[in-house]
Design a binder for this molecule. Structure first.
Ligand SMILES: C[S@@+](CC[C@H](N)C(=O)[O-])C[C@H]1O[C@@H](n2cnc3c(N)ncnc32)[C@H](O)[C@@H]1O
Length: 269
């Protein structure tokens, strides 16, 4: 279960009167109120603008806005400069020799890790249980589909809104080769290491307190390996020892091997 802060109320708003009906439909779909300027301002606003869907924190000195941008943002720059040898997540997932496994991402968030892996050829099933984050992610995917350079990658990214434990319970027919888990870590500081975006996501979803159960279920379901992303110095999730870890500057990947990933047969000249 997540620990949500009850003060973090959220409503749906729009930046242009022409979007009022669409914002109303979105609010209904997400089970959220629409923002009424005559009432108290909620802590968070999910705001529809002509360009995109944004999560905004209200009040002074606040974070945001948060939106998903696969097209021109930092994540697209990272994808364009990523090779499977260089990027820690790609090595953790076991991408080498032309492999492109099917990956189940149990903690999709705003889809950055999934995007990097889809860019390297993996097929991603991404599960997110926060309907608001899932709406932001779906909006980012829809916009990226219109971009010819990204349309192919987007066909490999499939979003599922729901709780991963439940989704894994009913998963069929084929086991995903790799399962990735990147739970919220209970950072309490406002340090620069905890990115602004993550602080806003935390306000929305709280801490992920079921990560140990996610690992157990993932180890039962994955065909080849389970990869858990942790802050560099954080303890591993409760369960078996990882077979190995790959450390980056701020984060670490704990890798649990189930079976080797088959490498693609060598191409004949
Ligand atoms: C740290 S963020 C993941 C960030 C993500 N790796 C990225 O690249 O954007 C963790 C996310 O996992 C989601 N989450 C945690 N436990 C979940 C569960 N059991 N089922 C579905 N989503 C879950 C949270 O709602 C949160 O959005």
């Amino acid at each position: 279960m997540t620990t949500r802060n009850p003060e973090n109320t959220i409503a749906v708003s729009h930046s242009d009167p022409i979007l009022a009906d669409t914002a109303g439909i979105l609010a209904k779909k997400l089970g959220l109120p629409t923002y009424d300027p005559k009432e108290n301002v909620p802590a968070l606003l999910l705001t529809l603008t002509p360009e995109r869907l944004e999560l905004r924190q209200t009040g002074k000195g606040t974070e945001g806005p948060l939106f998903v941008d696969f097209i021109g943002g930092a994540i697209e720059y990272r994808r364009m400069h990523t090779t499977s040898r260089k990027e820690a997540i790609a090595r953790a997932v076991g991408l080498k020799g032309g492999t492109s496994p099917v990956v189940l991402d149990l903690t999709a968030g705003i889809g950055r890790d999934s995007f990097i892996l889809a860019g390297l050829g993996c097929t991603l099933h991404m599960v997110e249980r926060s309907p608001v984050l899932a709406a932001l992610l779906a909006d980012g995917i829809d916009r990226a589909k219109m971009e010819p350079a990204l349309a192919g990658i987007m066909t490999r990214m499939h979003l599922i809104v729901g709780d991963s434990l439940e989704i894994m319970r009913h998963w069929q027919p084929e086991r995903p080769e790799v399962i990735c888990i990147d739970p919220m870590y209970p950072h309490r500081s406002k340090s620069a290491l905890v990115k602004k975006e993550m602080r806003l996501i935390r306000l929305l979803v709280g801490d992920d307190e079921d990560s140990d159960s996610l690992l157990r279920a993932a180890l039962d379901l994955a065909g080849r390996r389970v990869v858990v992303k942790r802050p560099r110095l954080a303890p591993a999730l409760i369960g078996p020892e990882p077979n190995f870890t790959i450390s980056g500057k701020n984060s670490r990947f704990d890798v649990y091997l189930i079976a080797p990933i088959a490498t693609a047969p060598a191409q004949k000249a």
